[in-house]
Design a protein around this ligand. Structure first.
Ligand code: UDP
Length: 392
């Protein structure tokens, strides 16, 4: 029994429905999901929409998560509109079966936006993890920027990684009492995973003979980079790899055929470039930690690498993680060959610059986002229960 506004009432266990569909969403909700499992107040339920089924499924086991609901929204060659239609077709029955007390989403995917719209329609409180990131450019990242902006209009509770993200939401007239600055759970994950991986050897592609050679780690997958920006990025990488044979380049490929085919045909023959399959998260964390530097257009990697003291060159025109640029751990290289090559050359030619990047603090969190978010979630569901059950 708990005392509520002068009355005693039965403590209720609340259902929290997590909806996700991509690898980064799963990685970033996993510590909150696990933490909630240990509480008496909230039962976490997991719906995997299947948006990135191939990429996400291997991570379920690694992260110790079993979906309560497995949807199948992704079909070959599907457009963004068709994906949205599948989500609206399949998600409502999950909401009907679970009657959640709160819906929790993370980030900026179609799965997150569709879940937000359905939660709004069902009048269910929605909590958004990693709220408030903005480029203020609707075309970059596309479609994530517009998805994120729309999710913020639908969410009731906003867990921001940084003060800058909170300011972004305040400027969009989100109520300040509904915004919490917590840090990003990606930082919690990377710190914990790295600690556990110490002493283990990192993953090495079987055809890479000499593990002692320094290497760059590369990932590329943004939709807005497909076509000529991707061609310029890969041409720069090829030129840089040819000119710097003392370095290797390890490149786990995103399965999206629109980019992976071009990458294979551009870079596949270069002997110090190793194109490999996507890696399990713990192995990828080890690679990030051991890399000389990372070249990427990923969002999550921009948040994780600074905790491993690995400099990041962001091959995008804009980033919604501008705090990392200000802190000095990230450099925005754009997608033009001259800017990319000059950033890469600076990293190997100017040791003081490299060291400054390595030592720049991580502005995205301190490793305690999970405990803050969990505490807020418990408070939120308990208060809403108390409000519903108070008789004055
Ligand atoms: N990641 C992984 N294996 C890989 C490549 C990336 O586990 O082979 C992780 C990475 O550590 C980060 C997340 O996947 O947590 C980033 O995913 P992605 O770049 O696809 O998405 P974004 O963060 O750009 O939304």
């Amino acid at each position: 029994m708990v005392r509520v506004q002068g009355l005693y009432c039965m403590r209720k266990v609340h259902n929290a429905l997590f909806c996700c569909g991509s690898r980064p969403e799963l990685i970033k909700i996993s510590p909150v999901y696990h933490q909630l499992k240990t509480t008496a107040e909230i039962i976490p339920l997991l719906c995997n929409t299947g948006q990135h089924r191939d990429l996400l499924t291997p991570h379920l086991e690694t992260l110790g998560m079993t979906p309560d609901f497995q949807l199948d929204v992704m079909h070959k060659g599907q457009s963004l509109e068709q994906l949205m239609a599948q989500l609206f077709e399949q998600l409502p029955s999950v909401f009907e079966k679970t009657h959640p007390d709160i819906v929790i989403i993370q980030g900026d995917t179609a799965s997150a936006l569709a879940s937000a719209i359905i939660a709004h329609k069902e009048d269910l409180p929605l909590a958004h993890i990693e709220a408030g990131l903005r480029t203020h450019d609707r075309t970059s990242p596309f479609p994530e920027e517009i998805y994120r902006q729309n999710i913020s209009t639908l969410a009731k509770w906003h867990f921001c990684p940084t003060e800058q993200a909170r300011q972004n939401l305040l400027s969009e007239n989100i109520k300040s009492e509904n915004i919490f600055v917590t840090g990003n759970t990606s930082v919690d994950m990377v710190i914990e995973t790295y600690k556990k991986s110490k002493g283990n050897l990192y993953y090495n592609p079987s055809h890479r003979q000499d593990m002692t050679r320094p290497f760059f780690l590369i990932t590329l997958h943004r939709r807005e980079s497909q076509g000529s920006p991707l061609m310029r990025i890969t041409t720069s990488l090829l030129e840089f790899a040819k000119a710097n044979e003392k370095f290797d380049f390890i490149f786990p490929l995103h399965p999206n055929p629109a980019s992976s085919q071009m990458i294979k045909s551009q870079l596949g023959a270069q002997k110090n470039i190793f194109l490999i399959s996507p890696l399990p998260y713990p192995q990828f964390v080890r690679l990030m930690a051991d890399a000389y530097a990372i070249i990427t257009d990923s969002g999550g990697i921009q948040e994780e690498a600074p905790s491993l003291n690995t400099p990041v060159i962001v091959v995008r025109n804009r980033t919604e993680r501008s705090e990392g640029i200000k802190s000095g751990c990230l450099r925005l290289a754009g997608t033009e060959m001259d800017t990319i090559l000059s950033e890469l050359n600076l990293l190997i030619d100017d040791k003081a610059h490299y060291k400054r990047m390595q030592q720049a603090p991580n502005p995205f969190g301190d490793g305690r986002a999970t405990e803050r978010i969990t505490a807020h979630l418990i408070d939120i569901v308990e208060k809403s229960h108390a409000e519903t059950h108070s008789f004055t």
